[in-house]
Design a protein around this ligand. Structure first.
Ligand code: HAM
Length: 424
């Protein structure tokens, strides 16, 4: 028997209520802040991620799903959303639009990672990007969109972890300070970190190997190396966050796992778990457009993992609004009844009432059992007596009452607000 590939998940109808809730709130928050929806393909040129996210990152070195298609093109499944959004921005000349160009997407993304709770090989993100503007107000806005999205779901006890990693003017001095510091301990670092020391010393701060942690704890802080301009930008971002009472913590160890960041970086963490399970994260990426061959274009954004958001909703006991269930179930005894039910259900659906019909070969009892297990509010019984009289028997399964009604009145009784109609 086939099973879904490791690290992927089916969403069953009973769970899809969470997804619809989270996706609806995501769209609502993004649109409240003036973001328009962008949809990009699931596949991109592999080089977009190699250059955008950066070689030397785990995503590119270990996790990317890349392949050659039948035309010998080097393609990759989308590993994250930001490089594709920037690619689309440049491809469609969005520089001509009023800046910042505010874009949001709900995407699936793929990383070949070791599956565990909250970590999958196919996962889903709510992704927001504001492109074309260097104003620190926009950094704060992006954090606020994420923050208000999570609050709108009812989540509590979250914290915003905030840092600035400067830009190309202050980065060299900081990298050098890191290299000097870690070189003193190089023989005690894990093999990956020994490599990172040469290739990308910032990545050392992101190492999860326990034996490296004491050295990471003593490393120099990015914010001590910021240029006056970068420090000023960081101050402004904080001022705006304070204005909106966003409870943030400055976390000098936060460097993020992707290479394109400059200035502001942030993550939102749940109260109970460590950095492995950030609910979302992002930052400014003023160098990304150039890395992927475009003109210098600033940008800032975030992505939040929907699976993790839903895990947190469940942990905090937050239930989504119920999905529309079957409201009316037609119990039929023969072909004549089935034909009446086809007409009746068409009228009900035209009035927005979800309904269904018992199928051939099921006894009345079996159909009633099914109506109950679907949690239908009404059983609409259409037997021989009913057909002769031009009526149906409407049984309210919740109130356990029953009445005989002419066909047209039954539709009204079911579709009237308060008695089962769902869209009024
Ligand atoms: P990221 O930190 O790699 O950033 O991913 C953002 C969020 O996606 C994580 O905080 C987590 O909730 C979720 N996530 C990541 N990997 C997995 C996984 N294997 N399984 C389940 N959830 C996962 C980015 O992707 C950047 N593009 C964010 C960004 C947007 N920066 C600027 N703009």
């Amino acid at each position: 028997m086939f099973r879904s590939p490791r690290g992927t998940q089916d969403v069953l109808p009973e769970d899809s209520a969470y997804w619809r809730f989270v996706e609806a709130q995501a769209r609502r928050q993004a649109e409240l802040f003036g973001y328009g929806e962008l949809r990009t393909p699931t596949i991109e040129d592999t080089a977009l991620f190699l250059r955008g996210v950066g070689e030397g990152t785990d995503i590119v070195d270990k996790e990317i799903y890349s392949f050659k298609d039948k035309g010998d093109n080097d393609l990759a499944l989308r590993a994250e959303g930001t490089a594709p959004v920037m690619r689309a921005y440049l491809q469609h000349g969005m520089q001509q639009r009023p800046i910042p160009v505010r874009l949001y997407s709900l995407i699936n993304a793929f990383r070949y990672d070791r599956p565990q709770a909250g970590r999958y090989r196919e996962f889903h993100q709510f992704n927001c990007e504001a492109i074309g503007d260097v104003d620190p107000l926009i950094d704060a806005e992006i954090i606020l969109v994420l923050w208000e999205f999570l609050l709108s779901l009812g989540l509590q006890n979250l914290s915003v972890q905030l840092n600035s990693i400067g830009d190309q003017t202050c980065r060299p001095a900081y990298k050098q300070a890191l290299q000097e510091y870690f070189s003193q301990h190089s023989d005690k670092l894990c093999p990956d970190c020994q490599r990172r020391l040469e290739t990308n010393p910032l990545r050392l701060l992101d190492c999860k190997v326990p034996s490296c942690q004491p050295f990471i704890a003593g490393a120099p802080n990015t914010i001590d190396y910021l240029s006056p301009e970068c420090a000023e930008h960081f101050e402004r971002v904080q001022d705006y966050l304070k204005l909106r009472d966003v409870p943030y913590t400055i976390n000098p160890r936060l460097v993020r796992g992707l290479d394109y960041y400059t200035h502001t970086v942030f993550e939102v963490w749940p109260a109970t778990v460590g950095a492995q399970s950030a609910l979302g994260g992002g930052g400014r990426y003023d160098g990304l457009a150039e890395q992927i061959g475009g003109p210098s274009t600033p940008g800032v954004g975030f992505a939040t993992g929907l699976e993790r958001v839903i895990l947190n909703l469940k942990e905090q006991g937050i239930e989504p609004p119920a999905s529309p269930a079957v409201v009316a179930y037609c119990v039929v005894m023969n072909e004549a009844g089935r034909q009446e039910a086809v007409k009746l259900t068409a009228e009900l659906r035209a009035r927005g009432v979800p309904c269904t019909i018992g199928t051939r070969g099921r006894s009345v009892r079996a159909q009633m059992r099914q109506a109950n297990s679907l949690a239908a509010q009404f059983a609409v019984i259409i037997g021989d007596d009913e057909i002769t009289a031009g009526t149906v028997t409407l049984r309210d399964l919740l109130g356990a009452t029953e009445q005989k009604l002419p066909f047209a009145n039954a539709v009204d009784a079911i579709a009237t607000p308060g008695t089962g109609m769902i869209n009024e």
